[in-house]
Design a protein around this ligand. Structure first.
Ligand SMILES: Cc1cc2nc3c(=O)[nH]c(=O)nc-3n(C[C@H](O)[C@H](O)[C@H](O)COP(=O)(O)O)c2cc1C
Length: 182
């Protein structure tokens, strides 16, 4: 079962080749996100796929100027490349936003992000959840950059997906979630 392979073998990738993602693949990933469930089927998510290097760099700079030193160091320690960037130098960042007055915006976006990660895996691409923007999306200069990118009024970022051809295949810790079957 292909979907089960993706579910078990997808891993967060934190280093990417400098290679663009094909447009057809990006379209498929975005569609996978859009087809994720949403509470009351409200579908109030916005997916902003950034592929332009200059925009990615501007957003990275905006995040850098808004986060505290501890966050910066923590993210840096997870990056396996010397040339540090909050999005691990991925060629695509999909900002996943939602109307903050929706009934379940966090969950709606989380479902979409996981769909996109699994789709990316199926297409031979790596991916990683990038969380930094979520808590600081209303801070300047980030708010202005997001507005310029088309994020709607009253929306916030609930997570981002870094997507690209992975430069590593590191396995994460074994999964230890508790399972009870009665
Ligand atoms: C809500 C959430 C936020 C996350 N934020 C980040 C992040 O900001 N940066 C990062 O490198 N990974 C982030 N991750 C990825 C987790 O660290 C990763 O899923 C976990 O270590 C398990 O590894 P795996 O994805 O390879 O199974 C996040 C994951 C979730 C679910």
């Amino acid at each position: 079962m292909e979907i089960y392979d993706a579910l078990l073998n997808r891993r967060s990738v934190r280093a990417y080749y400098d290679k663009p993602v094909e447009r057809e693949k990006l379209d498929m990933i975005l569609k996978a996100g859009a087809y994720a469930p949403s509470a009351l089927n409200n579908q109030k998510r916005q997916f902003i796929a950034i592929t332009d290097k200059k925009v990615l760099s501007a957003l990275n700079y905006a995040v850098e100027s808004a986060v505290d030193e501890a966050t910066r160091e923590r993210v840096k320690s997870r990056s396996s490349k010397d040339e540090f960037n909050f999005f691990y130098n991925a060629p695509v960042l999909i900002v996943t936003a939602c109307d903050e007055n929706e009934i379940r915006p966090t969950e709606d976006c989380a479902c979409a992000l996981e769909n996109m990660f699994l789709c990316a895996y199926g297409l031979g691409l790596g991916s990683c959840w990038i969380n930094q923007l979520s808590s600081i999306c209303e801070r300047e200069p980030i708010a202005s950059v997001l507005k310029d990118l088309g994020m709607k009024e009253g929306y916030r970022v609930y997570g981002c997906a870094a997507i690209g051809y992975g430069d590593e295949g590191k396995l994460s810790r074994p999964k230890t979630n508790e399972i009870i079957i009665i």
